[in-house]
Design a binder for this molecule. Structure first.
Ligand code: ZN
Length: 511
């Protein structure tokens, strides 16, 4: 869209708009670099000034984006927009710019800066309070987050639920009702399966918690990420306490992982997960880079890509047919006495557990659904922050039959509420799980050889299909539109349930 051949025919207003949006993009990118640094290398004692740096950049980006001139340009460009095919890059950019600008002008820059600074301070406080299990230290901080989140929602027209604005920001085109409907139909089918499985004997997985030197894990993880198709020439991997991926451009997409010397699963699956996010960002069409359209479509669509590589591929029998001999050679002392079948069963062991990021595929969505409900309740005031630990523990007991022994492993475990608004943070994970199976199914319909390619460590056809049909679209379309264009139909739980049933029906007795 910014290539010289085509830009000559653009109206002057469009060229000016592109330039102004590029400035906003660059400020966000600079802010993302500081955010990445904060989560990876920033010394623990230097959080204060970093919060100010981020607040300044956030304020500047917001000021530039909400400049009246952008509104004028968008108005002037209405007839140009009407002359374009609606699926062209230019029409999509104008459509998304109008939505984003319309949203941004509602929120004062001073509020955005206050919120950014609060989020930064909140994250710093959480990194200290969580290891110390110090719920009291973060209670007032979280109360303030709830207050600020409500204030933010208040800048928008009233909808059915205060959280609608956050859900729509994370998943353009979706609202609380749509997510509730999806979750309740999924939950109705999932809970009976979980109950059946957890009543059965569990496979041995103790060999996964032998001592695995982290340097060797790191090398193995990098080999896997490279093999899947994550491009280290346009990215890098670092360690972070809470793995994440960030993109400053499709040519600079960074992933992070965390490693435990006594649990092989953490690093291995976090690396595959983040590589999935990374490959999505690296696959955005080059013409969209540096624009409002140059990133993934939504949190949920993003998560579908990380979960596809982590679970649908990375926890499959086929993948380990290729991967296990390599893993075994890398850790002969730890896995020499473990068969491929034992390993496969162990990495797919289903067991109610306290920590979301360590949860198995069957119980994972229950962790998400409870967080979604808590977000709604905190935001609408039906749950007070002070009552969150009790509510959390009670819901855990109901849904998973276990109770956290500490808030550290309970309501303080996730970074989200300590680095973001209180709502719209979690639904994407389950949307992503559902969509991961739908994408994989569609890719296999088109390329029936994908499963056998995976068995021989070949991932090119799958990645190419994803790049062409999903990644390249960037943020051109809303969630529903993106899903239909990529997979040929709207989001549906059937492929995901069929996937779970086939996989876990083979491992457990499922009637
Ligand atoms: Zn993720």
């Amino acid at each position: 869209m910014t290539t010289p051949q085509t830009s000559v025919s653009y109206p002057a207003d469009y060229t000016e708009l592109l330039a102004r949006l590029a400035t906003v993009h660059d400020l966000h990118a600079a802010s993302a670099v500081l955010g990445w640094d904060q989560m990876t290398y920033l010394p623990a004692g230097s959080g204060g000034p970093r919060g100010r740096h981020l607040a300044t950049l956030t304020r500047l980006a917001h000021e530039h984006f909400t400049d009246d001139r952008i509104g004028v340009l968008l108005d002037n460009l209405s007839s140009f927009e009407a002359s374009l095919a609606s699926d062209s890059d230019e029409a999509s950019l104008l459509r998304v710019a109008r939505q984003d600008h319309g949203r941004a002008v509602r929120v004062p820059g001073s509020f955005m800066a206050t919120f950014a600074e609060h989020q930064s301070a909140s994250y710093q406080a959480w990194t200290v309070a969580r290891p110390a299990n110090d719920w009291k230290a973060v209670t007032p901080i979280l109360e303030r987050t709830v207050e600020l989140s409500r204030e933010y929602a208040g800048f928008f027209p009233r909808t059915n639920h205060l959280a609608d604005v956050f859900v729509d920001e994370a998943e353009p085109g979706l609202d609380v009702e749509a997510v509730r409907a999806l979750f309740s139909s999924l939950r109705a089918r999932l809970v009976p399966m979980v109950r059946q499985i957890v009543a059965q004997a569990r496979p041995d997985d103790t060999f996964l918690t032998r001592v695995y030197p982290v340097d060797t894990q790191w090398q193995f993880g990098e080999m896997i990420a490279r093999k899947l198709g994550y491009d280290f020439e346009r990215g890098r991997q670092d360690r972070a306490p809470h793995p994440f991926t960030t993109s400053f451009s499709r040519n600079d997409v960074r992933i992070t992982t965390r490693l435990s010397e006594t649990d092989l699963r953490f690093g291995l699956f976090a690396t595959m997960h983040e590589a999935g996010h990374g490959m999505y960002e690296q696959g955005v069409a080059p013409g969209l880079d540096g624009t409002l359209l140059g990133s993934g479509a939504s949190s949920g669509v993003h998560e579908s890509q990380s979960r596809l590589w982590e679970n649908v591929v990375g926890r499959s029998r086929g993948f380990w047919k290729w991967g296990y001999p390599r893993l075994q050679t890398t850790f002969p002392g730890q896995l020499g006495d473990v068969s491929a079948d034992q390993f496969y069963r162990a990495i797919n062991r289903v067991e109610p557990s306290l920590i979301r990021v360590e949860a198995d595929e069957m119980t994972y969505n229950l962790h998400i659904m409870m967080r979604f409900d808590f977000e709604l309740a905190l935001l609408d005031g039906s749950l007070r922050v002070a009552d969150l630990p009790d509510a959390w523990n009670a819901r855990f007991k109901d849904d998973l039959g276990i109770t956290p022994s500490s808030n550290q492993d309970g309501c303080m475990q996730d970074v989200h509420w300590f680095a973001s608004p209180i709502a719209g943070q979690f639904q994407g994970y389950t949307i992503g799980n559902v969509l991961s199976a739908q994408c994989f199914d569609r890719a296999c319909e088109v390329h029936p050889s994908i499963p056998s390619e995976i068995e021989s460590g070949e991932f090119g056809s799958l990645l190419a299909w994803l790049h062409t049909n999903l990644h390249a679209l960037g943020r051109k379309y809303d969630v529903n539109d993106t899903i239909v264009r990529a997979t040929g139909r709207p989001l549906t739980i059937e492929p995901y349930l069929a996937y779970l049933k086939a996989k876990f029906g083979d491992l457990y007795d499922l009637s």
